[in-house]
Ligand binder design. Structure first.
Ligand SMILES: Cc1cc2nc3c(=O)[nH]c(=O)nc-3n(C[C@H](O)[C@H](O)[C@H](O)COP(=O)(O)OP(=O)(O)OC[C@H]3O[C@@H](n4cnc5c(N)ncnc54)[C@H](O)[C@@H]3O)c2cc1C
Length: 324
């Protein structure tokens, strides 16, 4: 059996979970196994019937599980693995999924490969996986010797697909939990103050780096984004460290991973830690006064010059074209 440990968000299975269950089904076909799913959360029982291509769903439904409770979730997931003895355990490679599976691995003394992108099956058995590191700039091939094999799936490594078939059987998993398992818990969720379209949804992202020089200068990037439409403003770590922008605007290895149609990088040198966050952009336009800046090696279009002249000129031209 392959056990898919899934996440829910706002009373629905998260996209990463739908990808995970798709990957589990694909793997099960190759290894001739069945798939079971584990749902931990508040009100998750209602979601079990929507899963298809899964023979059984284990449920840990509890009022106290509105948000992730690391130690309680890990105890439950470990209990499910011990009871069901799956060959492979697969969870989403999200922040939560990776945290949870590291805890499960530690509890059961199992190896863990996070953020897997490919699975190599030989003679009906999973032999190796490829895992993504450093925001995708390093791919590592891993053999896992412990059993069961515990993995997480890199988000967007595969596309989620629906399946047909009968509704799964539903089984309640009861695991005794003490206060100790609730000592780490989410007390409050504070939504980002960012208004408008998110960095990951925007078709055009305009990033500002050290070359912007100040928080005030980002105002012109906001103006440019508003004129373009369906656009958002992001930043490098230098800009967020200088408090010119909130951390939630950071693009890169330790920030958002974006894939817009166009990324306009203003006053950004093109450090690897920044580029891993924007490398999936369909086109990159760099504006930099240094013709030798590394970003020009990755850019599709480049403007060599002072952004404080070029961005206002772009704004003026867009306004002229729009008749504003
Ligand atoms: C573990 C780790 C994780 C990291 N994670 C991230 C991350 O997630 N995201 C991230 O961005 N960075 C990250 N960094 C930092 C990264 O290494 C770089 O330091 C950072 O990306 C550089 O930002 P920058 O391009 O704004 O600044 P700089 O590298 O200083 O480049 C500024 C550029 O602006 C140009 N410029 C200056 N003035 C003007 C002007 N008037 N007009 C036009 N161009 C101008 C300069 O020519 C230069 O190329 C990380 C670093 C580490 C060690």
């Amino acid at each position: 059996m392959i056990l898919a440990i899934l996440e829910t968000a706002k009373n629905a299975l998260s996209e990463a979970s739908l990808e995970t269950v798709t990957a589990a089904r694909d793997l099960a076909q190759k290894t001739n196994d069945s798939v079971a799913a584990l749902l931990i959360g508040k009100g998750v029982r209602a979601l079990a019937a929507s899963l298809r291509g899964v023979s059984a769903v284990l449920i840990a439904d509890d009022e106290r599980f509105e948000s992730y409770v690391p130690e309680a979730f890990a105890k439950i997931a470990a209990a499910a693995i011990t009871q069901k003895s799956p060959k492979i355990v697969l969870a989403p490679g999200t922040e939560t999924g990776n945290d949870l599976m590291a805890r499960v691995g530690a509890r059961l003394n199992l190896g863990l490969a996070t953020n897997c992108t490919e699975f190599f099956v030989e003679n009906g058995a999973l032999k190796r996986v490829t895992r993504s590191n450093w925001g995708g700039s390093l791919l590592e091939e891993v053999e896992i010797l412990s059993s069961p094999i515990v993995l997480t799936l890199a988000p967007h490594a595969i596309a989620a697909q629906s399946a047909n078939g009968a509704a799964p059987s539903v089984e309640t998993l009861s695991v005794a939990l003490s206060e100790k398992e609730f000592r780490v818990r989410v007390r409050e969720l504070i939504p980002s103050e960012k208004k408008g379209i998110s960095l990951t949804d925007a078709k055009v992202v305009i990033g500002g780096g050290r070359g912007m020089g100040s928080a005030e200068a980002f105002q012109m990037l906001e103006e440019l984004a508003a004129l373009i439409g369906n656009a958002a403003v992001g930043a490098t770590r230098v800009a967020t460290n200088n408090n010119w922008r909130p951390h939630s605007d950071q693009i890169g290895q330790t920030g958002a991973q974006i894939a817009p149609d166009l990324y306009i990088a203003c006053g950004i040198s093109g450090a690897i830690q920044h580029m891993v966050g924007c490398k999936n952009s369909k086109k990159i336009l760099a504006i930099n006064k240094d013709a030798e800046a590394p970003i020009f090696q990755r850019a599709d279009y480049g403007v060599i010059g002072d952004l404080h002249q070029i961005v206002p000129a772009l704004i003026a031209e867009l306004k002229r074209l729009k008749g504003a």
